[in-house]
Write a protein that binds this ligand. Structure first.
Ligand code: ACO
Length: 446
């Protein structure tokens, strides 16, 4: 921040009629004026520190619980315009990627910044595919869980456990090590997920098949029984791949902020990914798809939708799968997912909960409560219906989110590590607790 401009300089700027990229703040407590530079439409929070009543003070800080209006980083990975309902990875519209790309190609794009050449793609797929196996000791780990353990709990623990198998992952500033951990993480997530699922059924684990695509192999590890060679249904394989593309990244959401935060202490990428997975588990984030299915089941019939909407408007319950911190328009991913849903239903039969979901959407989009608050269906509103039709139990829904989000998490983690402006994440607080007081021995307390 510069001290206030001299009147002469200001006059010259006025005369030249060039708007200055600054903002002028007046502290009414002191009458002092401060001119703060604006970069990319943003002011730097530390520029506020110069605002003080007396010199000994710490200086002004900004208060922003839940980061409603705070940019924590610069990023070149994902762009969202929440008002216009736009989502782009590295500049490519999500609609085009969902139509033309594959998940692994999209993951490469997120991580490397450019779409791969044929050779680069083949090499990338080879490496990810050849890192799908997990150490046999991880299986012993999984065996320790109850049959009804939530698969997200199993995922969080086993992802964290991977760090103990690959201690070289601590070398986070070694690009070769980062590359290898990235192959491993993206390769092993579907294996951990499928093994967690098979454990809950009491079924033997099905090992990865390197001949299959990323989503095809995942379906193999989940659903293979006695067949010598599992052949995934191409419609389901593609549907899963599209869902993976749509979930690959979403800029500074809750779990991504967590991986950046944990990674900022220079923890290894497995520990940081486990933390991000834990953040995703919550029902307000990646756990919402599970909650949507529970809600639709609870509503039970199309006739009961208005009654449920009444409860939402009275503040008794939330319409799960609706609303978003950033989108104040239809989530572009929800639009694509709705189309995928119809393709899956054509093959597997219509999910009976679809009519209830459509009625919720129809009523909500026309109701003043939702219109005024700009609440639209988000990515989670229709995914659960697809996953259920594909044969997944509800507890697996957040896991299906965590698998593809790993590429976005790692891209964001690496961007944070290589950003010279970043340091250990450490926000400040406004202390409103007790002032200093003397310790009272226990017998003297009231
Ligand atoms: N149902 C009913 N009312 C809602 C909903 C909802 N789903 N979402 C927001 N509102 C209302 C709030 O009550 C609030 O109303 P008020 O102004 O009268 O108090 C207003 O809309 C703004 O809501 P906030 O909670 O302040 O919005 P915020 O940006 O903090 O929350 C969130 C976003 C968490 C996604 C919220 O919309 C929500 O809880 N949705 C349901 C859960 C969900 O679907 N989560 C998945 C999000 S997508 C993802 O993470 C992958």
């Amino acid at each position: 921040m510069n001290p206030v401009q001299s009147p002469l300089k200001a006059k010259n700027a006025e005369a030249s009629n060039t708007p200055r990229e600054t903002i002028t703040l007046t502290d009414n407590r002191t009458g002092k004026t401060y001119e703060i530079p604006i970069t990319h439409g943003t002011i730097h929070a530390t520029d506020l520190r110069q605002i003080k009543v007396d010199a000994a003070e710490f200086g002004m800080i900004s208060y922003d619980p839940a980061y409603n209006n705070t940019a924590s980083c610069t990023s070149r990975i994902t762009f969202i315009d929440g008002d216009a309902g736009i989502l782009r990875y590295r500049g490519y519209p999500i609609e085009e990627l969902a139509e033309k790309s594959t998940y692994l190609e999209t993951a490469y794009l997120l991580l490397h910044g450019e779409l791969p050449t044929r050779t680069q793609l083949d090499d990338w797929i080879w490496h990810v595919t050849h890192h799908t196996f997990i150490h046999e000791s991880i299986k012993k780990f999984l065996d320790g869980f109850h049959y009804d353990a939530h698969p997200m709990g199993m995922m969080i623990s086993t992802i964290a456990a991977l760090s103990t198998f690959y201690p070289e992952a601590k070398r986070i500033f070694d690009p070769e090590s980062r590359k290898k951990q990235t192959w491993r993480l993206i390769g092993k997530m579907p294996t951990l997920a499928a093994f967690a699922y098979r454990h809950s059924l009491g079924m033997p684990f099905a090992y990865p098949d390197n001949d299959l695509s990323y989503p095809g192999n995942f379906l193999n590890m989940l659903f293979r029984t006695t067949e010598l060679k599992y052949r995934p249904n191409p419609t389901l394989e593609r549907a899963l791949d599209v869902l993976f593309i749509l979930h690959a990244d979403h800029e500074q959401n809750c779990s991504t902020s967590i991986i950046r935060g944990v990674g900022s202490s220079h923890a290894d990428p497995y520990s940081a990914t486990a933390a991000a997975t834990a953040a995703l588990y919550g029902p307000l984030h990646g756990g919402a798809n599970e909650e949507v299915l529970r809600m639709l089941t609870e509503i039970g019939s199309v006739q009961k939708v208005p009654e449920y909407i009444k409860r939402v408007k009275a503040g008794e319950v939330r319409l799960m799968g609706f609303g978003h911190r950033v989108y104040k328009n239809y989530d572009p991913r929800a639009r694509i997912i709705k189309n995928v849903a119809y393709e899956v239903f054509e093959l597997m039969g219509k999910n009976p909960l679809l009519e209830i979901a459509l009625e919720c959407e129809r009523i909500a989009l026309a109701d003043d409560y939702f219109v005024k608050r700009k609440l639209y269906p988000n990515v989670d509103f229709y995914t659960g219906l697809i996953y259920q039709s594909m044969g997944f139990p509800t507890t697996m829904f957040p896991v299906l989110f965590a698998i593809p989000r790993t590429s976005g998490w790692i891209a964001q983690w690496e961007e944070m590590l290589l950003d010279s402006e970043q340091k250990i994440a450490r926000p400040r607080q406004i202390y409103l607790g007790q002032p200093t007081r003397a310790y009272l021995p226990i017998d003297e307390r009231g």
